[in-house]
Design a protein around this ligand. Structure first.
Ligand code: XMP
Length: 331
């Protein structure tokens, strides 16, 4: 793609100019924006970039492995993988309030990140995957305010006392679809570039009530099945329409684990296990959304796979509420 290559060349040159022989650090989240900016900055300055991946244990099945695979193996980027899973588990024990979960996860994320950043010598810059809509949405960066939405997102970095980095934000004039194109041109896998929106606090806000290792395991396995089946369904639609995220394909699709159990029957035995909620929505901007009118056989396949393959689950339900009045997420 000629234009994309030109844009990349221009950005690469600008990053080289700005950075010189200084070092740059970047927080890799597994998301599209931070991945694309990592690939771009690495193209520009190679090993002067260090990526820090804070693993809070609440990414979806296979995602930490994908980050490792792409950045360490494929791109050969200096990568610090922070295994913070245990610390997060402790931090979230007993916490049931959704906003409390968000705050704790967000605050800890940057604590983990800066504790690595401060140990690296001579880092002058922090590269960030801020994109144009982030700036519009927050509208607040210049005044030092906080992005205030119904739910708190943690895209804006609060520097701790006494810490300073200059920011590099090469994507700050791009929209999401342009960022994806850039990612493809930089050689990132489609799976990463077309990743559906996923909340920073991760699976923690898809587990209603307390996050426990048992609930996390159930949700990861059920969610992987939902994604497998709906990725395949989206792919079929893509073949037909030639468009990704067309108005007929799902925008976000995932599993939610409520904090209840229900009675079921298995052979001659009565079971008392967890239900899994499947949520799949169509949307163009997440401000409003409608539940996806999935074919019954797709829903049926998801349901039978989940009850067959995931221990501790005896029931699957499908969420048929638009936004508003519901939100896309359950917390
Ligand atoms: P709701 O649930 O409010 O979600 O309809 C709208 C969009 O925002 C995502 N979302 C989040 N993203 N941190 C994030 O980075 C969060 O705490 C968060 N909560 C919701 C949600 O997945 C949807 O795309």
């Amino acid at each position: 793609n000629w234009t994309m290559d030109n844009i990349i060349d221009e950005k690469v040159e600008a990053i080289r100019q700005q950075v010189g022989d200084s070092k740059v650090i970047l927080a890799l989240s597994g998301g599209v924006d931070s991945s694309v900016v990592a690939a771009l900055v690495h193209r520009a300055i190679g090993d002067q970039l260090t990526c820090v991946f804070v693993n809070h244990g609440m990414l979806r099945k296979g995602e930490p492995e994908m980050v490792e695979e792409v950045f360490r193996k494929q791109f050969n980027v200096p990568l610090v993988h922070v295994h913070a899973e245990e610390r997060y588990a402790k931090l979230l024990a007993g916490v049931t309030d959704p906003e409390q979960k968000r705050r704790r996860i967000g605050t800890q994320f940057w604590k983990e990140f800066f504790s690595v950043a401060q140990k690296l010598d001579g880092v002058k810059y922090l590269a960030q995957g801020t994109i144009y809509p982030d700036i519009i949405e927050s509208g607040a960066r210049k005044t030092g305010g906080k992005a205030s939405t119904i739910k708190s997102h943690h895209n804006l970095i609060p520097f701790p006392e006494g810490v300073h980095f200059d920011l590099i934000e090469p994507l700050d004039h791009f929209f999401k679809d342009e960022v994806r194109e850039l990612g493809v041109s930089l050689g990132l896998p489609a799976k990463m570039v077309y990743r559906q929106p996923f909340p920073g606090p991760g699976l923690a806000i898809r587990i209603i009530g307390e996050v426990t290792p048992e609930k996390l395991a159930i949700l990861k396995n059920a969610d992987a099945i939902v994604r497998e089946e709906l990725d395949a369904y989206n792919e079929r639609l893509f073949q037909e329409t030639g468009e990704r995220n067309s108005e007929h394909s799902c925008w976000q699709y995932f599993a939610v684990l409520p904090d209840i159990k229900s009675v079921g029957v298995m052979g001659d035995e009565r079971t008392y296990q967890r239900p899994v909620i499947v949520r799949a929505v169509e949307s163009s901007d997440a401000m409003t959304a409608d539940w996806a009118k999935l074919p019954y056989d797709v829903i049926g396949q998801i349901s039978s796979r989940i009850v067959d393959e995931v221990d501790g689950v005896n029931r699957v339900v499908y969420d048929v509420t638009p936004k508003p009045p519901a939100t896309i997420e359950w917390e």
